[in-house]
Every structure is written in structure tokens, then in C-alpha cells.
Write a protein that binds this ligand. Structure first.
Ligand SMILES: Nc1ncnc2c1ncn2[C@@H]1O[C@H](COP(=O)(O)OP(=O)(O)OP(=O)(O)O)[C@@H](O)[C@H]1O
Ligand SMILES: [Mg+2]
Length: 265
């Protein structure tokens, strides 16, 4: 089943919410004289799954940092689920359902898979912090196990992070991003450094996420992007260069010239 067919099934089940998840208008971010992103205007619907492609230094991670609140944009506006969050701190955006993963791993290495996911669930829950050991009927434990299953790590739930393969660590990061009630997740190159088998696993995990959770995935590998995204934004030199379906982007002569034809990658 293609991503689009998958989405139609999700639509029929009523699990895709309406409206826009994200609206960027004329967003720029300068570092001194360098424009890391320039005049980026972009709309992502609720539940939409979009890939962002572009060569090294194109501005992809900077775009994510502006959306999450890690960086304040130099100019432009950012709306999240209809609300202007341009100057909101990161935690206010997280409260509204925004999550991200990083290009570099940020896991607790000494803890098990289950502990990492439990702490992430605990962190976003409204309950008071407690040093008491969780009890077996704790709803957060049930939720943690659901998330561990969603990223195909059930057999490793009691394994410490240090003993996971690199690919499994990336899967665990997805589980952490799923904690709470995410409505849109930004994935920064989750497939980087993965083996072909691990890539296939990642594709299956992303395609298995609930239909109401949209995402933007930064991805260099067009084969992965084609299988996990219904729309593609190509960036070049900090600007949006092309937008379209994966097929349109793949067959676009200018894209082939710039990106797929070897270019500066
Ligand atoms: N904190 C920063 N300070 C100064 N310059 C930065 C900073 N972050 C990014 N840049 C510059 O902004 C430009 C865009 O970088 P960015 O990391 O957004 O690119 P990218 O598309 O994510 O690249 P890659 O594919 O290598 O991850 C680059 O020229 C980079 O050197
Ligand atoms: Mg990057």
C-alpha cells in the first residue's frame, strides 16, 4: 500500500484532523551575514506527511530549529495549529503537540528502553513528580509499552540503550517523540547511518503511526522519502526550490540536475 492509499484509509476512519498543522510565512534566519534560511513560506496540513530534501547546508535543520523554538527567526511568522507561535518558547510549542528528533542521539545510555520511554511519558504527563517506584497498574507503564511496540522494540524493552544497535537507538528516539499527545513530529534524518534492513524497519514504523499524527522528515535518501511521504519540499541555499508529490519531485528535470544527478551531494 502506498502512503497515499494508507492516508485514504485513515481518512475513511475519520482519524485525520482538518486544518493546518504548520504555516510558515516569509521565515528567514540570519547568522551574521549568512542567511541559513531565506523567505521560507510553507504550509503543512494536519496529519500530512512531508519530506524535506536538500544538500548539506541547505537550511533543513535550521528550518526545524525555527519551528521548534530552538532559534527565533530573524523575520517571518510561524503558526502552529492556527496559532501564532513565532515568539513562543519551545515548551509552549511542545504543549501544543509539536515534537522533534535530533540529528545527534540524545538518549540516556545507562537506562533500559522501558526506562527511557517511561521517563518521556512521565515528563509530559501532568502528574506530580514522584520518586516512588511505578506500580504495575500505572497507566503510564501501559502507555510506555504501547510506544515500545509501535517502534518494534518489545523484545528489547529491558535492554540498556548502550547495548542496542544504532538503528534500534533511532527507533527508541521515535518512541520518545511519541510520548504525550504529539500532533506533528519533526524527524531530522532518522535514516542516516542505517543499514538497508534498519531502513526498511524505519519505513514500516513511520507508515504504522496513527493517521492523525503528521510529520516532516528530513531525508537524503529519495527511496526512503518516496515510501514515507505524500509531499516533498526541496530546499537549496536556504530557500524552497520545489514542492510536489514524491513522483513529481523525482521526475522534475531541475531537481534531477541539481540533486539527483550528483550535483553537490
Ligand atoms: N548555530 C549556527 N550558527 C551559525 N551558522 C549556522 C548555525 N546553524 C546552521 N548554520 C549554518 O546555516 C546553514 C544551514 O545549516 P543547516 O544545519 O540548517 O543545514 P542542513 O540542511 O540541515 O544541512 P545537513 O544536511 O548537513 O544537516 C549552513 O551554512 C550552516 O553552517
Ligand atoms: Mg541538518
Amino acid at each position: 500500500m502506498t502512503v497515499v492509499e494508507d492516508r485514504r484509509t485513515a481518512d475513511a476512519l475519520g482519524s485525520v484532523s482538518s486544518g493546518n498543522a504548520l504555516e510558515l510565512r516569509g521565515v528567514s534566519k540570519l547568522f551574521g551575514a549568512l542567511a541559513a534560511i531565506s523567505d521560507v513560506t510553507l504550509t503543512v496540513r494536519s496529519g500530512e506527511r512531508r519530506a524535506v530534501l536538500g544538500s548539506n547546508g541547505a537550511g533543513k535543520t535550521t528550518l526545524f530549529n525555527c519551528v521548534t523554538g530552538d532559534f527565533l527567526p530573524t523575520s517571518g511568522t510561524i503558526r502552529l495549529f492556527g496559532e501564532d507561535v513565532t515568539r513562543f518558547p519551545a515548551y509552549e510549542r511542545i504543549r501544543r503537540g509539536l515534537r522533534r528528533t535530533y540529528q545527534i542521539s540524545l538518549l540516556f545510555n545507562g537506562l533500559t528502553v522501558a526506562d527511557n520511554v517511561y521517563l518521556a511519558c512521565r515528563g509530559v504527563s501532568r502528574g506530580r513528580f514522584s520518586f516512588l517506584r511505578p506500580t504495575a497498574n500505572d497507566a503510564l507503564l501501559t502507555r510506555s509499552d504501547e510506544l515500545i511496540a509501535a517502534v518494534h522494540l518489545t523484545d528489547w524493552r529491558d535492554t540498556s540503550v548502550a547495548n542496542l544497535s544504532y538503528g534500534q537507538q533511532r527507533q527508541l528516539e521515535i518512541a520518545l517523540a511519541l510520548a504525550g499527545a504529539p500532533r506533528i513530529i519533526l524527524f531530522d534524518e532518522p535514516a542516516a547511518g542505517l543499514s538497508p534492513t534498519e531502513r526498511a524497519e524505519l519505513v514500516a514504523i513511520l507508515n504504522g503511526l496513527p493517521g492523525h499524527i503528521g510529520y516532516i522528515i528530513i531525508e537524503h535518501d529519495m527511496d526512503v522519502a518516496l515510501r514515507v511521504a505524500e509531499s516533498v519540499t526541496m530546499m537549496h541555499n536556504g530557500r524552497i526550490f520545489k514542492e510536489g508529490t514524491p513522483e513529481e519531485i523525482e521526475n522534475d528535470p531541475e531537481v534531477q540536475e541539481l540533486y539527483l544527478g550528483g550535483g553537490d551531494e
